[in-house]
Each structure stands twice: as structure tokens, then as C-alpha cells.
Write a protein that binds this ligand. Structure first.
Ligand SMILES: [Zn+2]
Length: 152
């Protein structure tokens, strides 16, 4: 057995680039994106967290209600301090935990965002993801190797 492992080709720079939840385009750095969510004061809920282009980089946010919109620069939520902030947010009352945990994984788990790009192909083949969105580390690598070529 040879110990040679083929390098993993990714479309995104790991934990430096993301796919925009509005236009599906690539957000080239954490300085080009925003974290947004719906904050409803009446019910004191925060949910539907999403990663989007900043208005200054791409106009993909038109025709959208700004009611209840809360946001912060994406770079506030990256790196160790960003993780620390998001974990605190997870403890806030009324926060949509599934939605926010998915964001934490996308921003802080190596290869998670890249694997999400190929996941629909894998699911078509019968691959199953835990209800909470957990994907084992070995699967992240495997999914990208197996299905990465499906992405143009
Ligand atoms: Zn966009």
C-alpha cells in the first residue's frame, strides 16, 4: 500500500470563501459578506440565519423585505473570536438553534461548506445526513472527492 493521498481539489478556499444563500455565487472573502437573520422583536425570535454577499460587492439582495432584518459583517463571525461570539448567540433566548448551528459549521468546520455544494448529488445516490446536519469528517473529504466533479 502506498501512503500517497491525492490532494483534495476544492472550489472554495477552506473557511475563507462561502456560497451566497441568495444568488449561489461565491463570496470571495469574509470581508465581502454579511451574516443576516430574521429578528422578530414581538416574539423575540431570531432565525433563518444566512450568509450573503455584502451590498458593496454584489447586488443580489434586491426585492427582499427588510422587515425584521438583523445582520453583521461576516468577518465579525470568522476566526476564533467569531466562533466565540456565535456560541454566545446560540445561548440567546429565541434563537433558531438548527439554523445557527448550520452557520457555525459552514463558517468553522473545515470542508463543510464545500461538502454542502456536492451534497444534493450524494443524497440522490442515497447518502443520508443526520437530522441535525452533522457530517463526519471522513465523509466531508469523501463527498468532495466523489462528487466534486459534478460541480461546474
Ligand atoms: Zn449573492
Amino acid at each position: 500500500m502506498s501512503g500517497i493521498v491525492m490532494p483534495l481539489n476544492t472550489r472554495l478556499e477552506i473557511k475563507k470563501q462561502w456560497v451566497c444563500d441568495v444568488c449561489n455565487g461565491i463570496i470571495r472573502s469574509d470581508k465581502d459578506g454579511m451574516l443576516e437573520w430574521d429578528k422578530v422583536y414581538k416574539s423575540s425570535t431570531q432565525n433563518n440565519f444566512r450568509i450573503v454577499h455584502g451590498r458593496w460587492t454584489k447586488q443580489c439582495l434586491e426585492n427582499r423585505s427588510k422587515d425584521n432584518l438583523a445582520d453583521g459583517h461576516l468577518h465579525w463571525y470568522t476566526g476564533p473570536d467569531g466562533l466565540n461570539k456565535l456560541l454566545g448567540k446560540l445561548l440567546e433566548h429565541g434563537v433558531g438553534k438548527y439554523s445557527l448551528v448550520k452557520i457555525i459549521r459552514r463558517l468553522h468546520v473545515d470542508l463543510y461548506e464545500e461538502a454542502l455544494m456536492v451534497l444534493p448529488f450524494a443524497i440522490e445516490d442515497g447518502y443520508e445526513v443526520d437530522e441535525d446536519g452533522y457530517i463526519p469528517n471522513g465523509d466531508l473529504d469523501w463527498l468532495i472527492r466523489k462528487y466534486g466533479k459534478n460541480i461546474k
